[in-house]
Design a protein around this ligand. Structure first.
Ligand code: GBH
Length: 483
């Protein structure tokens, strides 16, 4: 069902910033050009094409490796304050390791983008890791399952700060550790699609990603921030978890869901360690399963101290909401993270659907998740680093996307003014249609449409471009807004 709610007529606060986001593997193409090395997405899509809808891949995608000038022109046309994009690690370091040599054309590519953004008055927000691990790191050491990747990532991060940091005020270490680890190392839904050690590998991955994040944070904080004066953090994603009823057990289950998804990463970064509910539940189940220690790794006291406080803001990717009900603990058997969490997850059939099976349009979830992050993590600065709506393509008059953006932003205004949440920015996913991971090109999130059958990859504005532009001009969601 499609609903239209009353839209908030208050103006966004002075200084509030609007942007759009993309990610390297999803837009760049040029997968083996000018010395770029292979990454886990190149590898997986080439070796196991059947995993991907229509056997497609990111070999060419939007061809942004060649069309970045056009992309910056689109950003300029939109009038965004900032552009969030990610670096392809293996374009800069073909083997992943510093010792493997720096690929100068890869560095030049990002230099050129940064120069153009600067000329056009658009601030960059750079993500170091949006899922495209150099393949040699996976093959040689097992990627995020190996402690040595922490130092290797830290060296890559230092190089990025060194090369680009004079022009960058917003850094993101990792995009969505939950997706990296749960999908990459448990469900098989993302590269490297390892799923043979459920309930174990994903937590090792999470541990390594958190340590890598903290290492990069400290390098930036000590060696670069004093001069470059930017902010650095991590981007964590979650649905809002709405209790299926006001029964205390459902409320508890919903809170547990947020802790297992968002808290898994946010709690260490803010409070120093994993959420107690994860420590307890995974520990107890591990004992019953016959493990000699918890499947959830432990931080040393020193590590707790080093991870605590490694954020200058919190990056939140938020798209949708789930209904959560309490359920009996699932009986002991093969371990898995969903058994560890053990809740009953569903949706409300009245919620508007999208082209993505997981994405339902639930605007009020935006206010609730923002307020929850404020209350749970000491009122941090929050930046919405992704939010967006998918359709199946062929729709330039994308009124459902316009409606989604309007209503989610309206809910965000309530968070800002009525709940006093310190949200300072909003990022629409995505600038343009792109390679949507295992869904290939079947799900379109772009404000601009891209014709993937034309070698020129022409970009065409959808109606949402005009709508987003108007928000950027008026800083509000309706024609007449209050100051
Ligand atoms: C973002 O993740 C990504 O950062 C971006 O690259 C992507 O293009 C965009 O969303 C649109 O998908 O099988 O139940 O685990 C959004 C959060 C988390 C949504 C994983 C899909 C898979 C559902 N995503 N989730 S499940």
């Amino acid at each position: 069902s499609q609903t239209t709610l009353a839209v908030d007529n208050r103006k966004f606060p002075a200084g509030f910033k609007f942007g759009v986001a993309t990610a390297s593997y999803q837009i760049e193409g040029g997968w083996d050009e000018d010395g770029k090395g292979e990454n886990i997405w190149d590898h997986l899509t080439h070796v196991s094409p059947d995993l991907i809808n229509h056997q497609s891949n990111g070999d060419i995608s939007c061809d942004s490796y060649h069309k970045y000038k056009t992309d910056v022109a689109l950003l300029k046309e939109l009038g965004v304050d900032f552009y969030r994009f990610s670096l392809s690690w293996s374009r800069i370091l073909p083997t992943g390791y510093i010792d493997g040599g720096i690929n100068e054309p890869g560095v030049a590519y990002y230099e050129n983008i940064l120069d153009l953004l600067e000329e056009n008055g658009i601030e960059p927000m750079i993500t170091l890791y949006h899922w495209d691990l150099p393949q040699p790191l996976h093959e040689n050491v097992g990627g995020w399952l190996n402690e040595t990747t922490v130092d290797i990532f830290a060296n890559y991060a230092r190089l990025a700060f060194d090369l680009f940091g004079d022009r960058v005020k917003y850094w993101v270490t990792f995009n969505e550790p939950l997706s990296i680890c749960q999908q990459g190392y448990e469900t098989g839904g993302k590269a490297p699609a390892i799923s043979d050690n459920p309930g174990v590998d994903l937590y090792i991955c999470g541990h390594m990603v958190l340590k890598s994040h903290a290492a990069a944070y400290h390098i930036y904080d000590k060696e670069y921030k004093p001069k470059q004066k930017g902010k650095i953090s991590i981007v964590i994603n979650t649905n809002w978890a709405e209790p299926g009823s006001d029964d205390a057990k459902d409320v508890e289950a919903a809170e547990r869901t947020l802790q297992f998804r968002f808290g898994w990463f946010a709690n260490p970064i803010v409070h120093g360690n994993y959420p107690q509910v994860m420590i307890d539940r995974i520990g107890n189940r591990s004992v019953q399963e016959g493990f000699t220690q918890s499947r959830l790794p432990q931080f040393t006291d020193e590590e707790v101290e080093s991870i605590k406080g490694t954020y200058d803001y919190i990056g939140l990717n938020h798209y949708s909401t789930s209904l959560i009900k309490w359920r009996e603990d699932i009986e002991i058997g093969e371990p898995s993270s969903s058994k560890d969490m053990s809740v009953q997850e569903s949706i409300d059939f009245s919620w508007e659907t999208s082209a993505s099976y997981w994405l339902f349009v639930v605007p009020w979830g935006m206010r609730k998740i923002s307020k929850w992050v404020k209350d749970t993590y000491n009122n941090p600065e929050i930046i919405i680093t992704e939010n967006g709506y998918s359709d199946a393509g062929g729709i330039l008059d994308d009124d459902r996307r316009i409606n989604y953006i309007r209503e989610y932003l309206s809910s965000l205004l309530e968070a800002i003014y009525d709940d006093e949440v310190n949200v300072t920015g909003y990022t629409a996913w995505s600038l343009m249609d792109n390679f949507e991971w295992f869904r290939g090109y079947a799900e379109k999130f772009g404000l601009y449409s891209v014709n993937f059958t034309d070698p020129e990859r022409p970009r065409t504005p959808k109606a949402s471009v005009d709508y987003y532009k108007s928000i950027l001009t008026t800083r509000c969601l309706v024609e007449e807004c209050t100051e």
